[in-house]
Ligand binder design. Sequence first.
Ligand SMILES: Nc1ncnc2c1ncn2[C@@H]1O[C@H](COP(=O)(O)OP(=O)(O)OP(=O)(O)O)[C@@H](O)[C@H]1O
Ligand SMILES: [Mg+2]
Length: 261
Amino acid sequence: MSGDISIANLSKTYKTDEKETVALANFSLEIKKGELITIVGPSGCGKTTILRMIAGLMEPTSGTVTVGGKCCQGPGPDRGMVFQDFALFPWRSVRKNVEFGLEVAGVPKAERRERAERYIKSVGLGGFENAMVHELSGGMKQRVGIARALVTKPDVILMDEPFGALDAQTRNIMQTELLRITDKTDTTVIFVTHSVDEAVYISDRIVVLTKRPAKIKEVIEIPWPHPRDRSSPEFTALRKKILKMLESENIQPDGSTGAVA
Ligand SMILES: Nc1ncnc2c1ncn2[C@@H]1O[C@H](COP(=O)(O)OP(=O)(O)OP(=O)(O)O)[C@@H](O)[C@H]1O
Ligand SMILES: [Mg+2]
């Protein structure tokens, strides 16, 4: 189906003048249409690399990604991406950033405007349509990125730590909003996060990765209905179990870990 994703033996080696970095080696994963998958793993293990190859923004060294049975060569309107570092157009207003994908798709101006306004409101930025990017806080920029990715109604949305810059309260609101939007539209979501709490709250499945080059350490299915109770014993127990898995992968030189509760 159009939102099914198949990642087969995907590998990526970055080559610079000084060194080669094997970011990913023979990584495979199957994702079903409409599924919300989160990927958690140590910093630098290859998560962004995986997303960029699914988005078609980068060529794999070997292996394949297919979306809806088709090979992803280059980016396409079937896949929307929310970037870790926002990647907004600084010379465009909020409205013009959100309209970008619709412009590329040739959507007429009036419809473009109407759809952009709807999504700008849905991420809580109503009233900021004409603001320029430099006038926004980090969390607001990230919300523009989310609206920009959702507005084209892609089959697949790839989200790289999309809520990392948000305060705790807005982050919780955005998690609920994401579930509402993607549930209604049957969008496939691949979501990278360092927050285990967030992963347990939103996911149908959590993929826990090892350190670089990322291998699948465990895949955890969460069949619980929404909204989930973050303080329930089973929620807390699962959160602790995943944190432990990450801690064993993730010891920093100073003895701390990169995982966030
Ligand atoms: N363009 C690049 N050129 C060279 N090396 C790169 C490049 N992009 C990423 N890498 C390296 O590939 C590895 C994986 O990077 P990647 O950005 O995929 O990690 P990540 O899991 O997303 O980390 P984080 O959680 O910190 O965002 C890292 O060792 C990184 O240094
Ligand atoms: Mg990353």
